[in-house]
Design a protein around this ligand. Structure first.
Ligand code: 1GP
Length: 238
């Protein structure tokens, strides 16, 4: 079974995000032990500025401690590495930049083929407030939380472009996570709905799952407090 198929079967999933800019390969085991114990479903590796040698080293450190799938979360072709299992093959659908809409994908696609990575076609939407790293680096026309109809229209565009997943991103360390009402409306579209950014406690994660999220991503919590991240994973899986 492919990685995406497995995630769909295991929904609701908890995805642990490691940004190779913040986590050294030697720190991976310590960061992951509690979330693995709590049943995290897959490890995402990537970040706004990570490059391929850092990504490859962290993927390799993850592979040393778990058999859970490793999925790349790339910022462009430099976020790809051959030793992962799959890649969120994303287009930042609300970017102003043609680079994040299609040029990075054109540069990255031959590498995805060469590396034999399973591709998970994903519409990536940056929501909430401008100023998060992803909004700046990705030159996003950030979609405010109080315009659900615009967010739904972008997610529908992802569906009709043939994408399998939509990632609702509030930005790493965002002051507010994506509200459950937005998750509810987007999840009704039927795409695999990934929600991340600013999720710092188990209750919020539980609420987002109840609203229809298929996957909850935690990054900052794993880096700052691995046991808190494990409690979030438990809340998602219980
Ligand atoms: C960032 O959605 C992820 O791309 C995770 O965000 O670091 O706030 O958990 P946090």
């Amino acid at each position: 079974m492919g990685v995406f198929e497995e995630l769909r079967e295991r929904s609701p999933c908890h995805l642990t995000l490691l940004d190779p800019v913040d986590v050294e390969p030697e720190e991976v085991e310590h960061a992951l032990e509690p979330v693995l114990e709590a049943g995290t479903d897959a490890i995402l590796v990537g970040g706004s500025t990570a490059h391929s040698s850092q990504v490859e080293a962290v993927v390799s450190a993850v592979k040393d401690v778990t058999d859970r799938p490793v999925i790349l979360f790339p910022n462009g072709p430099e976020g790809l590495a051959p030793n992962a299992d799959a890649v969120l093959f994303m287009s930042l659908l609300n970017s102003r930049s043609t680079y994040y809409l299609i040029e990075a994908q054109v540069k990255g696609a031959p590498l995805v083929e060469e590396f034999g990575l399973e591709s998970i076609p994903t519409g990536y939407l940056v929501l909430g407030e401008w100023g998060t790293s992803v909004s700046v680096v990705g030159d996003a026309r950030v979609l405010p939380f109080d315009r659900p109809e615009l967010i739904v229209a972008h997610a529908l565009a992802a569906k009709h472009l043939g994408m399998r997943a939509v990632y609702l991103e509030a930005g790493s360390g965002a002051p507010e996570p994506v509200p459950p009402e937005i998750v509810e409306r987007v999840s009704e579209i039927g795409l695999f709905t990934i929600v991340g950014g600013g999720i710092r406690d188990p209750d919020t994660a539980r609420e987002l799952v109840r609203a229809g999220a298929d996957a909850i991503v935690t990054g900052t919590a794993v880096e700052e407090d691995p046991t808190l991240a494990a409690r979030i994973a438990e809340a998602v899986k219980s």
